[in-house]
Design a protein around this ligand. Structure first.
Ligand SMILES: [Fe+2]
Ligand SMILES: [Fe+2]
Length: 236
């Protein structure tokens, strides 16, 4: 296996490792700034590959922020290994998530993010948007990078297989097809409406965790995904 690096927006780097046994890719993102941010750590088993790739973008000990879409092995399994390698780094996650998960799981006290909170990385800002139960647990959130208009949308639009670093081709069909494998998305009464709210952001790039970075009509893709989930919830 190897981890590839692509700059998908100005100062936003996508690190991607395809795992053949699982037939899925695991992506992390590094945001260059005075206070560099890592979104997703990858699972513990990928730490040697992912940390080496991060270090090609920014020295590990200069990482300042570590965050991830939700608490799950592929999103944050290597969190404590990164905390050990980056002494000045702080984990940032949703406030509720910190109470129920990260305060206990992380080796250093995390920073609880309020819904809508903006973190100044120095030269660029990222905004926290809580998205409870999207895709799974109540701790879920996404991060919007305001300068490049990149939405780090975690497991939204998850697909299987390998894909190119960026695309403008449809990402909705593959995402809805992936629901047949274990129903990964928690379909609730607020799933579609929360995703429709995300579609109102001015998004240039949807940074997928398991798939290509999408640089087509992002609002339309989110609306179509919301519609697809609404139909799965209520086929009638
Ligand atoms: Fe997940
Ligand atoms: Fe994931």
């Amino acid at each position: 296996m190897e981890t590839t690096i692509n700059e998908i927006a100005d100062g936003v780097f996508r690190l991607s490792t395809f795992v053949p046994d699982a037939n899925i890719m695991f992506n992390q993102f590094v945001v260059e700034a005075e206070q560099p941010l890592l979104f997703h750590t990858g699972p513990r088993g990928l730490f040697p590959l992912v940390s080496e790739a991060v270090a090609r973008v920014v020295p590990l000990d200069e990482l300042r922020w570590i965050t991830f879409g939700h608490v799950e092995a592929d999103e944050c399994g290597a969190m404590n290994r990164f905390l050990a390698a980056a002494p000045d780094a702080t984990v940032a996650h949703g406030a509720i998530a910190c109470i129920v998960q990260v305060n206990d799981l992380a080796d250093r006290t995390p920073h609880p993010l309020a819904d809508g909170e903006v973190v100044d990385l120095g030269g660029r800002q990222v905004r926290n948007i809580d998205t409870p139960h999207i895709p799974h647990g109540w701790d879920a959130h996404v991060i919007y990078e305001e300068q490049t208009r990149t939405l780090f949308c975690g497991d939204l639009f998850t697909r299987f297989g390998e894909s190119e670093p960026t695309t403008t081709a449809d990402i909705v069909e593959a995402a809805l097809a992936a629901e047949s494998f274990g129903a990964p998305t928690a379909l609730t009464t607020t799933t579609a409406s929360t995703i429709r709210q995300l579609s109102q952001l001015d998004i240039a790039t949807l940074a997928l965790m398991h798939g290509p970075a999408y640089q087509g009509d992002c609002s339309k893709a989110l609306l179509e995904l919301a519609e697809g989930y609404a139909l799965l919830c209520d086929p009638a």
